[in-house]
Design a protein around this ligand. Structure first.
Ligand code: OFO
Length: 180
């Protein structure tokens, strides 16, 4: 059975992961409104990944006989003035999420919850990648993204990100085969 303190902080993390989903979906909407569809696509894939993160915590609590209690979601920002601003925010957001994951690890260790540590280690590693990806694109925006041509080139590159199989965010995933 899951320890109550660990359950509570993981329950809160479900909210943070779903808020991440919301943040990235808003960012996708902004990019699409600016005809930066490659960046919009990248953000849609990211949004989908965040729902997977939320469900990892959801399942961990449930599998250990705990009860998930979904909390209200908060949306801080829905408009930006440039692509560079968005990528800067995305990187800052991932740093915030890393601090939350580390806070959970602190509680897990303090409570001696050996069953939670392996799944949490997955998130510790994942956050290295999350920060790296957003920071890298933010940096590219500050260099090649300064010109219109450079920004469109970067946009095209980011269109190549692949959706996890069957993602509901993938416009192609639910397309009816021809003739059906
Ligand atoms: Fe769930 O890692 Fe991003 O936010």
């Amino acid at each position: 059975m899951i320890n109550e303190k660990v359950r509570n902080i993981m329950n809160e993390q479900i909210k943070h992961e779903l808020e991440s989903y919301y943040v990235y979906l808003s960012m996708a909407a902004w990019f699409h409104s600016q005809d930066l569809d490659g960046m919009g696509h990248w953000m849609r894939v990211q949004a989908h990944e965040e729902t997977i993160h939320a469900m990892k915590f959801f399942d961990h609590i449930t599998d250990r006989d705990g009860t998930v209690g979904l909390l209200d979601l908060k949306q801080e920002k829905t408009a930006w003035t440039s692509a560079e601003e968005i990528w800067k925010d995305a990187y800052a957001h991932e740093q915030f999420i890393t601090s939350k994951i580390h806070a959970i690890m602190t509680v897990v260790r303090k409570e001696g919850d050996f069953s939670a540590e392996p799944m949490l280690n997955w998130f510790v590693n994942e956050q290295i990648e999350e920060e790296l990806n957003t920071q890298k694109i933010w940096k590219q925006c500050q260099t090649m993204g300064k010109t219109k041509e450079g920004l469109f080139m970067l946009d095209r590159e980011l269109a190549a990100r692949i959706f996890p199989a069957g993602s509901p965010f993938d416009p192609l995933a639910y397309q009816q085969p021809a003739g059906v």
